[in-house]
Ligand binder design. Structure first.
Ligand code: SF4
Ligand code: SF4
Length: 468
């Protein structure tokens, strides 16, 4: 097994930092030395040594790992990262190099799907990330970037405030001008990444109603997550979700002020923040009398299903969180569970279906969206090559790592284009933005839709042009 020094310039090698601290010969230097020397992990949600020992080093996961595919580095593979976690558990300090390899992980969970030994890498990396966030001193620049991201993305109201200026920027021609001059890429590459990802916005966002009644006989009462990015940038997906649920016999409850589910925070090691969001969401919905809690964004769904673990140590919330999590369903999962009642009208279109990692790998929901699409007369589902490899979106990974994210996006865009489909369908706002940006870079484009928008068009009898 290679040593921990294999890195992509992700930081000062620990040994150099130690030398610098030593040569400083000051109390501060000594403090830095001590800090660098402390064991990687403390006892608060320590990654499990038993889970590490489940890995038999077979390497079946390597080819599904996007970072290993990009760089061919053992320490940027699932097996390598598990080895590093093992080193941390044996008392090694949390070096910059080690943190770099953990940070490089997209959290796509392709390795969990691929692993024949059932290694729970998802739990290992989540616990590791929380330790990194608490115990590792990031550079000032990295701290500032992360602080900005987490002051914005988990707050739907703040995101919605961005809509007006962004809409004006897109419609005024300024965006085209800035794009042509390439100014933003040179001055602020991460901002350029964000700008390139933003979908083309509609002027107004209608507020969702608090309650929508089922059409016909009521079959279920469903609480609905409106989400952060989904509600700010894809309100039409939420609107389609409400219509389809109602058409399929569901009363839909949409309390205002529900906030973030905490997915972004928990996936980035900000456990305490994620727990705060989770408590608020549970308190908002638990007295509504809902049968199910439905989610139309893959990343959110996978975290919501794990609320029981997230709040297991909170005596006031442990049981409530587990009860809440048991009601969580991805939208496609729920619609298949209920079975169709609304008539499907034909849509003559070829659609490539993209498995969002947090739907396919993290939740195992692959058959249901395809079944829903195949249930539409005239619609042909086409498969995308290498479906297990992430598109590079991965929450905010593409903002933190714009260069490799663009490379993964370009690979996915090529695979999508090769299907020859007229429409790309997926169930995660991040994937939609990432693949759309990559297709634009190729000078092409493809119509895109969330699975529920296709269903909605079919149920309402809209012409296929409404999707293209
Ligand atoms: S979660 Fe994805 S990026 Fe991370 S190790 Fe597993 S396959 Fe690789
Ligand atoms: S497939 Fe599983 S057991 Fe094999 S190396 Fe990867 S994580 Fe370890």
């Amino acid at each position: 097994m290679a040593d921990v020094d294999a890195t992509h310039g992700t930081g000062t090698p620990p040994v150099d930092a130690l030398r610098a601290a030593e040569s400083a010969g000051t109390p501060a230097g000594q403090a830095a030395f001590d800090d660098q020397n402390k064991p990687a992990f403390d006892d608060q949600n320590r990654p499990s040594a038993d889970l590490v020992s489940d890995c038999v080093h077979c390497g079946f996961c390597l080819t599904t790992c996007p970072t290993y595919t990009l760089w061919g580095e053992e320490m940027d593979s699932p097996r390598g990262r598990i080895h590093l976690i093992g080193q941390g558990l044996s008392g090694e300090p949390l070096s910059d190099s080690m943190v770099g390899h953990f940070d490089n992980c997209l959290g796509c969970m392709a390795c969990v799907t691929a692993c024949p030994s059932g290694v729970q890498y998802d739990r290992l990396i989540e616990d590791t990330r929380a330790q990194v966030e608490r115990r590792h001193e990031r550079t000032g620049r990295d701290r500032a970037l992360r602080a900005a991201i987490f002051a914005l993305f988990p707050y739907p109201r703040r995101l919605r405030l961005l809509r007006g200026p962004l809409w004006a920027y897109q419609r005024s021609g300024l965006q085209r001008l800035v794009g042509r001059a390439g100014v933003l890429e040179r001055v602020a590459p991460r901002l350029a990444t964000l700008e390139s990802l933003a979908p083309r916005l509609m002027r107004k966002v209608p507020k969702p109603p608090r309650r929508v009644a089922a059409r016909g006989d009521r079959r279920a009462v469903v609480g609905m997550l409106t989400g952060c990015v989904q509600s700010a940038f894809f309100p039409e997906v939420n609107a389609a979700t409400v219509r389809v649920l109602a058409a399929e016999g569901c009363d839909v409850l949409i309390p205002s002020g529900q906030g973030c589910c905490g997915a972004l925070s928990v996936h980035n090691g900000r456990r305490a923040e994620a727990q705060r969001f989770a408590r608020k969401l549970i308190a908002t919905f638990e007295r509504t009398g809902m049968d199910y809690f439905v989610v139309n964004a893959a990343g959110c769904g996978s975290s919501l299903k794990e609320y029981g673990e997230l709040l297991a140590d909170d005596p006031a919330y442990a049981a409530r969180a587990a009860a809440f999590a048991a009601k969580v369903r991805d939208l496609a999962e729920l619609l298949v569970e209920l079975g169709p009642v609304a008539e499907r009208h034909p849509l003559q279109v070829t659609a490539a279906y993209h498995d969002a990692c947090h739907l396919g790998h993290a939740q195992g929901v692959r058959a249901q969206p395809r079944a829903l699409l195949r249930g539409i007369p005239g619609l042909e589902v086409r498969e995308i090559a290498d479906p297990e490899i992430c598109c590079g979106s991965a929450g905010v990974w593409n903002v933190l790592n714009p260069v490799p994210a663009a490379e993964l996006g370009d690979r996915k865009a090529s695979a999508v284009a090769a299907t020859g489909a007229a429409l790309l369908v997926t169930a995660n706002p991040g994937c939609l933005m990432q693949v759309a940006a990559a297709l634009r870079r190729r000078g092409g484009s493809i119509a895109m839709a969330h699975t529920v928008q296709v269903l909605d068009a079919s149920i309402r009898g809209l012409p296929v042009s409404a999707l293209l």
